[in-house]
Design a protein around this ligand. Structure first.
Ligand SMILES: Cc1ncc(COP(=O)(O)O)c(C=O)c1O
Length: 353
């Protein structure tokens, strides 16, 4: 079976997990949490990092510490995975969807239209499939209209815009370490941010909102059980050591698909160094036929994200769109992009398509 994006161990995970077990730090506290967070900070140059049990938790904490609450409106990518949106609902706020343009990333003209009309409290932008939008422009638009900005960089660890890491431009960014991402802790995420005070608040909320300075558990608000375990942080520490190697391999795989396949590959905007997390493309043929054929040959592929405004879960929600996401969904497919793939594998997959 060729999977879409299976985990890829480095060989160091077992050593670090053993160290974590031997130290008996097998709870969500311990030295590997700091090592893992430091490695993310060092790599991305984010001033603060918080290791969590998912990127979804990171988005939720970001909204919570930014004060997003019931009846607030939050702009969010329409062409994305539902985890970009769910945390808005956890806060009982209202998602306002903003579709993508031909770059497959959020359409910033539509973003400005939404900012003008909707009084958005915050905006969550997804950098889709490891690409990125012009996040500098998005940031200046959000500043102009007084909206907080959060980057959903779940898929884009290692992606640079103008030589700076995606996730580090906005108030907050999240990276996912879910099993299918460029790196994995099995399941996990990291929240990064620029404001030390807000990040301390996020950390407190991630561990059940225990106030410091008391012998007993003192709570001035409610929190969550969102912290990553030290054992999974040990896996993450090993994985972070090879991030640039993995980006290089992903980009190589993308190059092979380009060589062997005629298709409309996801573009990369000027100034973006994409991590090419998933090679995704649109086809003349029906992508579901390609998907089914690959499946018959034990090869996993996946249709592009079905836009949120097309999902029954969000029936009636407001969406700023020119229908680009819908067209991508109808025509596109994500192709196997695991970093263990060799050139012959990609050539074989392309021959079947
Ligand atoms: C765009 C996007 N946002 C958020 C997430 C959620 O990440 P996690 O699974 O770590 O919560 C994912 C992937 O799972 C994703 O692809």
């Amino acid at each position: 079976m060729i999977y879409l994006n299976p985990p890829h161990q480095t060989g160091k995970e077992l050593e670090y997990v053993k160290e974590a077990l031997q130290s008996n730090y097998i709870a969500p506290v311990g030295p590997f949490l700091e090592r893992f967070e430091n490695s993310v900070k060092e790599y991305t140059k984010a001033p603060h990092a918080l290791a969590l049990n998912s990127a979804t938790a990171g988005l939720h904490l970001a909204l919570r510490v930014l004060g997003v609450k019931e009846r607030d409106k939050v702009g969010v990518s329409n062409f994305t995975f539902i985890a970009s949106v769910s945390p808005i609902l956890y806060q009982k706020a209202t998602p306002i969807f903003i579709d993508c343009d031909d770059s497959w990333q959020m359409d910033l003209n539509l973003l400005e239209e939404a900012l003008k009309k909707e009084r958005l409290k915050a905006v969550i932008i997804t950098h889709i499939y490891g690409g990125c939008c012009d996040i500098k422009e998005a940031k200046s638009l959000c500043q102009k209209y007084g909206a907080h900005l959060i980057e959903d960089s779940a898929e884009s660890l290692g992606t640079l815009f103008e030589n700076r890491h995606t996730g580090t431009y906005a108030d907050f960014g999240v990276y996912s370490f879910n099993g299918n991402k460029i790196l994995t802790t099995g399941g996990g995420g990291v929240l990064v941010g620029n404001d030390g005070e807000l990040m301390r608040e996020a950390k407190k909320l991630s561990t059940q909102a225990k106030e410091e300075g008391y012998e007993w558990y003192e709570h001035h608000t409610y929190g969550y059980n969102y912290r990553l375990s030290n054992i999974l942080a040990a896996i993450g520490t090993a994985q972070m050591e090879v991030i640039e190697e993995r980006v290089k391999k992903k980009r190589e795989i993308f190059g092979w698909y380009n060589q062997f396949l005629e298709a409309g590959f996801m573009p990369q905007i000027e100034g973006c160094r994409s991590n090419r997390w998933l090679t995704a493309a649109i086809f003349e043929k029906n992508p579901l036929d390609i998907h089914k054929k690959l499946k018959r040959h034990s090869i996993e592929s996946r249709p592009l994200w079905k836009p949120m405004d097309m999902q029954p879960a969000f029936k009636g929600a407001k969406c700023y769109s020119q229908g680009v996401g819908e067209k991508l969904f109808e025509k596109g497919l994500c192709l196997p992009s695991g970093t263990q793939l060799e050139k012959e594998d990609v050539e074989y997959i392309c021959s079947l398509i």
